[in-house]
Structures are given as structure tokens and as C-alpha cells.
Unconditional design. Structure first.
Length: 174
């Protein structure tokens, strides 16, 4: 089912709404996979309105919010920014730091639309390659990234709350 999702560049004023979607989507994605206390601590530290406002105000970053066609409630988002990954960056590397949708939007094509726009935004920032990290055991997300043309480029250990997890790093040329 395809919906007429509204995608737009987020501003600092959108930060509370994007932070809410970030926390809800992280919880939805990782409940039953990661300990609940770790999820809550991670979201409090990494999905604050202040963090999203800083990205929205940063000329080297792009935050996109996806809104439901009925009522325009936020249901997804993406963040393109400078890389912070443990691989040697190449000139023109950018990172797709986040891309999530709530379950109400899954299997509707919204993820692909967010990815298409994120890749276009990365190119507009001068990007030549997009990097991203994902939990190595999250096979659903990995399959999505591979369908979108990403290939394995490395690994990292990633902290969520009190736990450390093995991520894979993907790359895609623009």
C-alpha cells in the first residue's frame, strides 16, 4: 500500500517531534532485541530534541521528517551528516546517521522514499559516498540497505546504554 507521505526538511522547531519519532522507532525496532533499560538510556542520550535541533541548524547536515498524509503526524525521519565511523573516510564521504519509520508506515514505500531523498541530499552536500552503520543481527534493515545498493565496508562496536553490540558498516557510491 502506497500512501502520499509528506517529506520535508526539518528545522530546529521540528526537533521535539523528530526526537519523539526517533525514540519511538528505536524502541519499536529493538524491543525484544536489546535490554529495555539500554534502549531508554540510549534514546535519552542520542535522540534528544537538542541533538536534532543541532543537526537541523548544521549546514553540513540534513534532517528530513516524514509525515502521515492524514493530520501530518511525524512517522519517520532521516539524518545525513558528517561521518563518525571507525573506517578511514574518503573525500566526499557523508553518513546516513539515521533512517527510521514507525510501523504504521512499514511496507508502504516510505523507507525507499526517505532513502532516495537522503541520497539526493547527500549529493547536494557534495557527497561522493554514503556510509551507514547497522546492528549486524538486524537482518531486515540489512536487507533493505542491500536492496538500496549498499555494500559491506567494515564493522564497529556500538554502545547502546550499558551494552556494546556488533554493527556492520555499509557504503554506497553516489
Amino acid at each position: 500500500m502506497t500512501q502520499d507521505w509528506r517529506l520535508r526538511r526539518a528545522t530546529a522547531a521540528d526537533a521535539p517531534a523528530v526526537a519523539m519519532v526517533a525514540a519511538a522507532s528505536f524502541l519499536e525496532t529493538f524491543a525484544g532485541i536489546l535490554p529495555g533499560d539500554d534502549i531508554v538510556a540510549h534514546c535519552a542520550r542520542n535522540s534528544s530534541p537538542e541533538k536534532f535541533a543541532a543537526w537541523a541548524d548544521d549546514r553540513g547536515s540534513v534532517v528530513t521528517v516524514a509525515e502521515h498524509p492524514v493530520g501530518h503526524a511525524p512517522v519517520g525521519y532521516s539524518v545525513i551528516t558528517q561521518p563518525d565511523l571507525p573506517i578511514d573516510p574518503l573525500p566526499g564521504d557523508v553518513e546516513l546517521r539515521r533512517i527510521y519509520t514507525l510501523s504504521v508506515a512499514r511496507r508502504t514505500g516510505l523507507g525507499h522514499r526517505l532513502m532516495t531523498l537522503a541520497l539526493a541530499d547527500a549529493a547536494a552536500l557534495g557527497g561522493k559516498r554514503v556510509l551507514l552503520g547497522v546492528l549486524g543481527t538486524n537482518m531486515q534493515a540489512r536487507a533493505f540497505y542491500e536492496r538500496e545498493g549498499f555494500a559491506l565496508a567494515g564493522t564497529r562496536r556500538f554502545n547502546v546504554g550499558a551494552g556494546w553490540y556488533d554493527d556492520v558498516i555499509y557504503a554506497r557510491a553516489l
